[in-house]
Design a protein around this ligand. Structure first.
Ligand code: ADP
Ligand code: MG
Length: 792
């Protein structure tokens, strides 16, 4: 058992403006517990809840200032917890702080750079690395991802649901067994055998969460997210199973109601959040007071779920995220105060070892059999009654597994029962004979086959030859047709899809096909597969399932989406990621080539060494002198070259492995950004389309006969649209202007739109693209306008 208080760390988010310095200072001098001093600016101090104190001092295990990297945070905070989880203890890391203080950045990571990945991906990486290193145990890893919003639990990984809102996800409920253990009903556990699989689950959950969120319900700041890694381990042959859980928790923003209070729905949410965090505080206060017998865990879902993490069987760590800007001072102080109380809580972590009853039964059965056998030897009694069917079957099974066992040391234990020993020999003899007969029968049937082919008649030959010729012709025709079709399709390909396919092409396997030395030379987890095979297929189907929008978009809508994308701030991020990804791919490709070269070189060196050996032996025989015992210089040189080459190969492989993880991560980030973009587009599209329908009821009844709405606003919009740079878009989605308009457009591109568009129903004007999309297009014109206004 390990007794420990909850560890508290502070992390200060980088401030935008430099002049915010002087608001706090970190005192590292005090050797064991550094402290953070928050200095209240004078103007604030006067009005600050009648409190004239000018500075507050809080102690933390360690304080990470603005410039500390994610790597440092992981090494110092998460790695020790991950280690204890690997040893079989429960662990929890939770981030607490106001919205925008960096909780999500710390727990999950930033969306832009690979180096920004947070505690979850780094911990997964670390845990899987350790599991691969330790071959003495059998490990199983499961992942679950729970979101608690308004006191309800939602399974973010539920595969059955296409979540369009949080409420679509199945509700997770709490069950308590007679031993007062908490069980979560409806929370799915997903087996993850590799880091990639686990990472995919994280991104799936995040994507689900993002899709479920609407601008009206910014659930992400008001909900708690608990990502849990369930690890179980067992030594081979042992019935004892160790089970440990690691909760990585991104809490809701800790800001007070007064700040969020806007009324209506928002207020209810804020209240709930406060309620939830309020209960958390109550539990923490109760725990930090000595001799309190009742701890109000049951008041809220979150405290019930985290019950073990708070004052129970768990090693718990808290990260107080602070945004130390002037306007956030009060929130920062309350975050620090909360942390100080948390630091008083003592946890008692125990090893979670359990005996698996099934394994225990098997072990006991074996023991009984062994004892029976021993007894038979001691009493010298030989049993004579025939073996039962079941006994025979069991015996044969044992023989089969003995024969299959690759271990040269394995034994076939049947005890001192002569009946069994005899049966073993019989059975083995039978197997051997069967094999022989089977072997010869295959050979003879082949011969027979050949013979039977001989008497084919000349006539039949001719017939077959004719058919063959006919088929050949057919194939030729088909190939020509196919080529033509392919060319047509290629010509028609849209620019955007070219873009995409280019990326996909550049992604196709830069990794070397194998390794020269088999598993011996591989680092334990070397990639043997190109990254875009199974996992990314899984990922793309996963994300396509989530979005599935673009493939079914009408032409006009796709067009609109392209424009939306171009104007959206996130597309810069996506483009950047794309560039980095391309770069990484070419790096990986080059590395793959180098690895292949090294592999060939290793093979050659080995060959040379063998040849050298053969030469020496031959020489020794021909000159009838013994092989010289002094080391052969040339061979030494070859060997050292070989060692060097192997070292190089290994280093490159490790690098390639790291690159693979990075590429996988970047792809997931990019996919996530794309989903977000598409989601925002869809929302905007839907919103504008409905508002358009509401605004002009005539449009509804006429459907295809939609004129442009002639409000001054809309005229302005259209002129803006045309005068903006998206000419291609305008040309494609606006009613085809006809030859006259074309020449006007060319001669005076700045002519206001209303002068150029004829006042007539859209339906009477031929549309480029799909005529069903005109209403979409109209809606989009508005949508785009409002986006431009919103994003400034
Ligand atoms: P929270 O989850 O607490 O609401 P976020 O993690 O979403 O806050 O952070 C808000 C913004 O600040 C994000 O854009 C995030 O990328 C950025 N951010 C937070 N912490 C850091 C940090 N340590 N370094 C750089 N950017 C940060
Ligand atoms: Mg957040």
């Amino acid at each position: 058992m390990v007794k420990q208080t909850i560890q508290i760390f502070a992390r200060v988010k980088p401030t935008v403006r430099k002049q915010q310095q002087g608001i706090y200072s970190i005192d590292e001098d005090e050797k064991l517990t550094p402290s953070l001093e928050i200095i209240l600016p004078r103007d604030l101090a006067d009005g600050f809840v009648n409190n004239k104190r000018e500075s507050y001092r809080f102690k933390f295990q360690r304080i990470f200032d603005q410039n500390e990297k994610q790597e440092t945070i992981f090494e110092n905070i998460a790695k020790p917890v991950a280690e204890s989880v690997l040893a079989g203890y429960n662990g929890t890391i939770f981030a607490y702080g106001q919205t925008g203080s960096g909780k999500t950045f710390t727990i999950t990571g930033g969306a832009e750079r690979y180096s920004d990945r947070g505690i979850i991906p780094r911990t997964l990486s670390y845990i899987f690395e350790q599991l691969q290193k330790d071959s003495s145990k059998i490990y199983t890893t499961h992942i679950s991802y729970l979101e608690i919003y308004n006191e309800c639990g939602y399974d973010l990984l539920d595969p059955r649901h296409e979540a369009s809102s949080l409420e679509d996800l199945p509700k997770v409920t709490i069950l308590e067994d007679p031993d007062q253990n908490i069980h979560l009903k409806n929370l799915s556990l997903h087996l993850a055998t590799t880091e990639e699989e686990a990472l995919n689950l994280l991104f799936l959950g995040d994507t689900n969460r993002m899709i479920a969120e609407t601008p009206m319900n910014q659930a992400s700041t008001r909900s708690h997210c608990i990502f849990t890694i369930h690890l179980s381990s067992k030594e081979p042959g042992s019935a004892t199973v160790r089970q440990a859980k690691l909760h990585l928790v991104d809490l809701a923003g800790s800001e007070r109601v007064a700040k969020t209070g806007v009324g209506g729905q928002l207020l209810t949410e804020a209240k709930y959040i406060n309620l939830s965090l309020h209960y958390l505080e109550q539990v923490i206060i109760a725990l930090s007071e000595k001799h309190r017998s009742h701890i109000p865990y049951r008041n809220s879902m979150m405290t019930s779920v985290l019950r073990d993490s708070l004052g129970g069987n768990c090693m718990t760590t808290m990260i107080a995220t602070l945004s130390l800007e002037k306007r956030n001072i009060d929130e920062s102080i309350s975050t620090c105060r909360f942390a100080q109380r948390v630091a008083l809580i003592k946890n008692e972590a125990v090893l979670n070892e359990e005996i698996d009853p099934r394994l225990m039964i098997i072990r006991l059965q074996k023991e009984i059999q062994e004892l029976k056998d021993e007894l038979a030897i001691v009493t010298g009694e030989q049993r004579t009654e025939a073996l039962t069917e079941a006994e025979l079957l069991q015996l044969e099974k044992r023989i089969t597994s003995f024969l299959e066992d690759q271990d040269p040391e394995s034994k076939l234990e049947v005890g001192a029962d002569m009946r069994k020993i005899h049966h073993c020999f019989h059975y083995l003899k039978k197997l051997l004979n069967d094999k022989k007969i089977h072997g010869t029968s295959i050979a003879s049937s082949e011969i027979k086959d050949q013979n039977s082919q001989e008497p084919l008649k000349e006539e039949e030959y001719k017939k077959l030859r004719d058919i063959l010729q006919q088929r050949d012709n057919e194939i030729n025709i088909l190939v020509t047709m196919l080529k033509k079709e392919k060319k047509k399709a290629q010509d028609a390909l849209h620019v955007s899809s070219m873009d995409r396919s280019e990326l996909r092409r550049s992604q196709s396997s830069p990794f070397p096909p194998g390794n020269p030395e088999g598993p011996r030379m591989l680092p334990p987890s070397a990639p043997t597969q190109a990254p875009d095979s199974s996992t990314s297929q899984y990922r793309s189907s996963l994300l396509h399932g989530k979005t599935g929008m673009k493939e079914e978009m009408s032409f006009g809508r796709q067009e609109a989406f392209e424009i939306f994308k171009r104007d959206h701030a996130d597309s810069v991020t996506i483009e950047d990621s794309k560039q980095i990804l391309k770069q990484r791919f070419s790096e990986a490709k080059a590395l793959g080539e180098n690895i292949n070269e090294a592999r060939i070189k290793i093979g050659r060196l080995k060959e040379e060494i063998t040849q050298r050996h053969v030469q020496q032996v031959a020489q020794g025989i021909s000159e009838s002198t013994p092989v010289p015992s002094t080391p052969d210089l040339l061979e030494e040189k070859l060997r050292s070259q070989l060692q060097e080459e192997k070292r190089r190969y290994k280093a490159m492989f490790t690098h390639l492995k790291a690159l693979k993880v990075e590429i996988e991560h970047l792809q997931l980030l990019m996919d996530k950004a794309k989903v977000k973009l598409q989601k925002e587009f869809e929302a905007c599209w839907a919103e504008e389309a409905t508002s358009l329908q509401v605004n002009s009821p005539a449009v509804n009844s006429l459907n295809h006969m939609k004129p442009f709405p002639q409000t001054p606003e809309s005229q302005h919009e259209r002129s803006q649209l045309l005068s903006s740079k998206s000419d291609v878009y305008a040309r494609k989605i606006l009613p085809s202007p006809g030859p006259l308009l074309h020449s006007q457009e060319q001669s005076s591109p700045s002519t206001p739109l209303e002068d150029r568009i004829p006042e007539r129903p859209v339906s009477s004007v031929p549309l480029t693209g799909d005529s069903r999309t005109d209403s979409d297009i109209l809606a989009f014109i508005k949508a785009r306008q409002s986006i431009l206004q919103r994003t400034g």
